[in-house]
Design a protein around this ligand. Structure first.
Ligand code: RAM
Length: 365
């Protein structure tokens, strides 16, 4: 499992229960391999595999580092990219932000192709689909561009590292723990996710499904998983649909900042307010009004700016030869401190924070 040696300064202390949960778990996919061992990959060659890391290599100045989030019109993405810009500025690089307006599977491909033509040094991508971006990302790598997946992973064989916001297992467990707290562990629950192809949400949902099989969670029944596509209106309608279709619903769990905000907005002005719990992953600034009005009492997130920041530093370390993406390599990410690359090229930011009425006003993002 990969470990940080320094806690991110801007992520405040978790509620004790969540700290225990998240710290107690490991990475779900500890295969012990890195992209270099992806034998049988048919999606492209990766010329960088033979490189050797030089931890003392200086960070090159003037690196062209481009960020390609899932979509641009999502406050979460803006915060992430803002952190990336901070890192690139600190590193005296050349920052660029591009991206689609929707999070559909193939919407990022044309942007990757343009970034290759522009001879960027690094592409940071939150993949809308793990495989749809693969051929283009491997073309980029063949052209000498380092690829940092962040937030939502691309398939392992088409990126150099993945900056994960917290362990996949830890996020899934936190979602179930919050739902258990809010429902007393009893009743019908539903998931309102992002897009059906999203790597990150699908990985978290898989952990939720496993957690629900445990005896202590046996009283909760997952009756539906629906997709708002990280589109506010569609998410709003899906929330409405769930509540109409499942009259006994006790909680909607939305592991997306777009979905939870739309769900909370619908529930807050409906007769379900106070009767159906809303939880999941949201930004404090989007969720504050729904915490204050009693619609939402617990949700979680990490600091999205720190993901972008860490991705920027990881990209610069790759492009400067400090790291190659292999397990055990280390690099320093500015104010966040030192990180070690874990199995499968994964770099874990740190534990998420659980927000509630007591602590939400301490956060402004
Ligand atoms: C949305 C996006 C993003 C995810 C957050 C929690 O903003 O789907 O990828 O990490 O929610």
């Amino acid at each position: 499992m990969s470990l940080r040696s320094t806690r991110p300064g801007s992520v405040r202390r978790l509620a004790p229960v969540a700290v225990g949960l998240v710290l107690a778990v490991g990475i779900s996919a500890c295969g012990g391999t890195t992209r270099d061992s992806s034998a049988g990959d048919t999606s492209g060659s990766t010329g960088a595999a033979a490189a050797t890391a030089n931890p003392d290599a200086p960070i090159r100045e003037g690196l062209k580092i481009a960020f390609l989030p899932k979509q641009l019109n999502n406050p979460y993405s803006d915060i992430e990219a803002g952190g990336g810009q901070t890192a690139v500025t600190e590193l005296k690089g050349d920052y660029k932000l591009v991206g689609p307006n929707d999070a559909s599977a193939s919407s990022q491909v044309s942007y990757i192709n343009t970034l290759i033509q522009q001879q960027q040094d690094v592409i940071g991508i939150a993949a809308n689909d793990p495989n749809a971006v693969c051929p283009s990302l491997n073309q980029a790598r063949d052209a000498g561009i380092k690829v940092v997946a962040f937030d939502s992973d691309a398939a392992k064989q088409c990126r150099d590292v993945f900056v994960n916001q917290a362990t996949t297992q830890g996020i899934g467990e936190t979602l179930v723990k919050m739902t258990h707290d809010l429902t007393g562990g009893q009743g019908d629950i539903a998931i309102l996710s992002a897009t059906p192809n999203a790597t990150n949400q699908n990985a978290w949902i898989a952990v939720v499904q496993e957690e629900l099989k445990k005896p202590e969670n046996a009283g909760m029944k997952l009756v539906a998983t629906v997709y708002g596509n990280d589109d506010d209106q569609k998410s709003f309608q899906e929330a409405q649909g769930l509540l109409q279709t499942y009259p006994n619903l006790k909680a909607i769990v939305s592991p997306t900042t777009v979905g939870i905000a739309a769900t909370a907005r619908y529930v807050s002005s409906s007769s379900y307010k106070g009767k159906v719990a809303v939880t999941g992953l949201g930004t404090p600034n989007q969720m504050r009004e729904f915490v204050k009005d009693g619609t939402v009492s617990q949700f979680a997130l990490w600091n999205p700016a720190d993901i972008g920041y860490l991705a920027g530093y990881a990209g610069a370390a790759l492009a400067s030869g400090q790291i190659t993406g292999k397990q055990g390599e280390t690099f320093t990410a500015g104010k966040l401190g030192k990180y070690t690359i874990g199995a499968d090229g994964e770099i874990v930011l740190g534990p998420p924070t659980v927000f509630n009425a007591q602590n939400i006003d301490q956060f402004n993002f």
